[in-house]
Every structure is written in structure tokens, then in C-alpha cells.
Design a protein around this ligand. Sequence first.
Ligand SMILES: [Zn+2]
Length: 141
Amino acid sequence: MSFTEREPYKCFVCGKTGVKLWSNCHAEEFLCAECAEKHQAPMYDDGFGAFGNPKNGRLLPKWTIDEDGTVPSGFSRGEKSTLFCVDLRDVSIFGESGCTSYLPACSIEQDADGSWFYVHGETSPEGFSRWESLPLRLPVL
Ligand SMILES: [Zn+2]
């Protein structure tokens, strides 16, 4: 039995739970789709891929996240990606700088009461399908 740490699965900016969330590779802060769209970093296409460096060429249009949790990918034209870059300098307590890659935070489990948790130090094979089953946005009340 290895040590794992569970933490509430909620957006660190707006506090939303029960929706798809993304995080950086350290899974320090979780971000919902709406906050990701608000804090997206400019991406530039050099003809081979999309990167955060303006020297790479053409500025790509702003993205919105689809219901399946993907954005248009600059890496393969016409294809979608679940990974995107955000600029969290204004909101992150970890002092993120500029363009940070965020990917699905899918090491998640659900309690009997319906609340979701992120499980550190463990990768569950069912994680991604659980992540896929979560809604992207909550209905506006
Ligand atoms: Zn949010």
C-alpha cells in the first residue's frame, strides 16, 4: 500500500466542482474550462506545431473547449487535443510564469456522497474515462 494523498477536486480560481478539470504536470492547482478559457496563453504556429513563443510565427485564434474536453491542436491540423497552455501569473499562488501546459487532471475518484477527489501518487487506469464522463460546464442557475 503506497501513500496517497486525496484532495478535493475543484477549480482553484472559481471553486467549481463536479466538472472536468485540468492541471499542470505537478497537479498543484486544478482549473475548470471556463477559467482556462479566460486565462489562456497566446499560442503561435510555426507550421509544425503550436508554441508559446511569438518567434514561432502566426498567432493562433483564441480557443474554446469543446464538450468532450478538447481544443483545436496546432500540432496536427484538424485534430483536437486535451492539452492547452494557460497564463496563470495573475491567479496562481505557485508563481507560474507565462505559458504553462495544462492537461486533463484525471487521477480522480468519486465518494459515495458524489463528491470527487484527486488522488496524488497513483494513476488509475479508469481515471481518464471517469474524467471523460464529467460535464464540461455546469448549467447556469
Ligand atoms: Zn474555474
